[in-house]
Design a protein around this ligand. Sequence first.
Ligand SMILES: [Zn+2]
Length: 594
Amino acid sequence: MAAVTDVSMRHPHYALGLGRAATRYIDVCMTLPPNPQGWRLSLPAWIPGSYLIRDFAKNLVGMQAETSLGEPLAITALDQQTWQLPGTDTETVITYAVYCADFSVRTAHVDSDHAFFNGSSVFLRAYGLEALAHRVTLNLQDAPPAWRVATSMPADPSVLDGYRAENYEALIDYPFEIGVFELTTFEARDVPHRMVFTHPHPKTDLARIARDVARICAVEIDLFGGAPFEQYLFLVALDGQGFGGLEHRDSTALIFPRDDLPMIGETAVSSAYQRFLSLCAHEYFHSWHVKRIRPAVFENLPLAGPAHTRLLWVFEGFTSYFDDWLVRRAWLVDEAQYLNALAQTINRAVRGKGWSRQTLEESSFYAWTRFYQQDENAVNAIVSYYTRGALVALMLDLTLRRSGRSLEVVMRQLWLDHGRTGLPEGETIERLIESVAEQSLRDFFHQSLRGTAPLDFVSLLTEFGVRAEAVAEPACTVVDFGAVVGGDDPRVARVQVVFEDRPAACAGLAAGDEIIALDEFAINGAGWQKRLDRYRVGDQVRVSGFRQGRLRHWTVTLAAPVLNQWHLTCLPASVQAAARGAAWLAVVDTGTNA
Ligand SMILES: [Zn+2]
């Protein structure tokens, strides 16, 4: 074939077919320009925002390649996700199917009801062409006629159902939802936003949700001093149970329980709906903070293996702190509702002993194999860069607010300094925060990021008119057994988590043990708590159960409840504390949400 004359033919093109959606396949036909050296292709091993090797390539089926003249090309596998094609002087056409059966925000899910996919599950990368625009065409003629398309990938007006991403990195950062859905729209600070709800309950108050989310978006745009996108899309897949969110540059994919959204006629913000609003606030915040301000090690598509950063406490911890706060700042919940959400974050950070075994920087670095691969011992072994990171953010925010500054100012400075260039590993972020604070925070950073001591947030909260009261974990308000025990098996109570150095552990119980009797009387998960609460501190209880099919007996000495959880309330405070608290807790509506 002659030299390529049509410029668009130099760009990778993907035609997607949905004719086999009912069998959970997307059919892909990828066309690449001539290349005498032959194309090297790969699929990412992970998706940005979710730090686990997922080996998306395992879902590719029946890959074949040929020239545009129909001559077959041999495909040589180089590893589990990379292939080499021979050189050609014609276009190369690669066909494959992608099996899409994971109902999550991270991969792809296709069936007779809809098609949802992330590009990282579908679009092969052609090495050397990453910087070029990539084109996508959807072949919808075989899909149900009522199906519509929702994506923030820019449309290619020259092609029916055509789209065009500026480069490969952008290509895999625009999830698609194709099917029957409800669409609501709103503007926040003149920026158009869409919310797509897949299979909502017909009485869900979508208009109210859009109004509420619009307020959050406006607060965030103001916080950063402008939106970094021209439009934004929330893709909300509703489910019976699921929960999750994944951030993208101009959109987010969420999964949320259908029955937790407000119905028409409701006016209160339930804790479940508050959780939804925080989730929206969280993923939207990521549009600035981790999609654009991001660890330098995430640049240049390091998608073949883990990309290690010690900075996830900044990206996920700060975002986790701001998400609940932004819902309050948008005046959608009251102070008590906000403090309750904040307490839940703190309580997840301080439960167990993991915080004393792993630093925040280690938590970030080992996210791939530890935080993302938690087992029953995680509570004893690791700390979360989300929750302890949020606690660090709270302490920094309050420290800054003592002198009239705030973590909001830090975010704006971070956006100015690193919105276009990656945030390097090391102490750059610490120096930036110190420059805003105009004071040294070295001791605090050393303790909170590279240390494993408890963090004293209580006195800081008191300065802001908030009382933090230590209370027992919900499951051990009367006595402490030292384990999470439950399950729905009517014959046994399953030991799910054992806390180190507490009664069950001291008696030799381990996660996985199946308890059948307490003091010779049968017990199951449903009846566990009620029975346990009939004992008193210091009682010895004979525990009988099975481990690997062998009957065992343990004697557990019940201890006093461990007061390691926190309840936050507003105090009658000094004038100074009340004033500080009013600014932090957004008691005064400054009018930014009008
Ligand atoms: Zn996040």
